[in-house]
Design a protein. Structure first.
Length: 134
């Protein structure tokens, strides 16, 4: 005995929920990209022929130094003494802390040297400078 189902010409996939989901994802990524752009100080990173991207970027504290030799932790301006206190606090919470230094290409070497000395005095010895590959 053969059962036949009636032919249906009105079968269609409802695209409404799929379109809603696509727009929701689009809005999420637009908002997320704006948030990540706001978290960095605007600087001109120097170029280097020996630039390498670190394999492991976990446990990194980002320091930025602008062209006026102002030091920032994240986006908050700090002095060298305040920087020592913040790094020391972070080192107590996470002994594996690594420091990422984003210095403008016009920064004086003395400022970079002071930052490296401050990091070393509180025990942060894993430092990396951000550069672009030429």
């Amino acid at each position: 005995m053969k059962i036949k189902s009636p032919a249906r010409d009105d079968v269609a996939i409802d695209m409404g929920p799929m379109i809603d989901l696509v727009f929701l994802l689009l809005i999420f990524f637009m908002v997320a990209s704006v948030v990540t752009e706001l978290e960095k100080v605007e600087i001109e990173i120097p170029e280097s022929s020996h630039a390498k991207v670190p394999d492991d970027t976990k446990n990194r504290m980002m320091l930025s130094i602008d062209a006026n030799n102002q030091v920032y932790v994240g986006t908050t301006p700090v002095s060298v003494e305040e920087l020592k206190v913040q790094i020391d606090t972070e080192m107590n919470l996470n002994p594996e802390l690594r420091i990422l230094i984003r210095a403008d290409q016009r920064v004086e070497y003395k400022t970079c040297k002071d930052i490296m000395i401050a990091c070393g005095e509180v025990g942060a010895t894993d430092l990396i400078y951000a550069t672009f590959e030429e």
